[in-house]
Design a protein around this ligand. Structure first.
Ligand SMILES: [Cu+2]
Length: 134
């Protein structure tokens, strides 16, 4: 009979999906719940007039430069050059990258002035800031 076989397969698949919900499932940035001071990820088409681009390298368990200053509207790209996975996770506001594998990148456009501290969720000693000026 085919039907019991299919049901069994479906149940197994459902269990498998449920089981991986908590461990390493990447959580997309959720700017909808962020306070007004949080960096907001605008759907970054780089066609904007005000925004430039800037970059941070993740290497040897550190963000480089650890303190970056950019103008409002700038898209910052983090690139992980370690073989170890890292994240870019803002201390407030809920914006976070997935686990970045080697050579993976994370982009965030800063549309609000302020100083935004971030860290790596995996290695709490890894910290950095982005200061956004008008
Ligand atoms: Cu890390």
């Amino acid at each position: 009979m085919r039907i019991p076989t299919l049901i069994g397969f479906f149940m197994a698949a459902s269990l498998a999906i449920g089981a991986c919900g908590t461990s390493s499932t990447p959580t997309p940035a959720a700017p909808a719940t962020a306070p007004a001071s949080a960096p907001v990820s605008a759907a970054a088409s780089s066609a904007g007039g005000a925004g430039g681009a800037s970059a941070v390298t993740i290497q040897n368990f550190a963000f480089n430069p650890p303190a970056l200053t950019v103008k409002v509207g700038t898209e910052v790209t983090w690139t992980n050059q370690d073989s170890t996975a890292h994240t870019v996770t803002f201390d407030t506001g809920g914006a976070t990258s997935d686990n970045l594998a080697q050579s993976a990148t994370y982009k965030q456009t800063f549309s609000t002035a302020g100083t935004f501290a971030y860290h790596c969720k995996i290695h709490s000693t890894m910290t950095g800031t982005v200061t956004v000026t008008q």
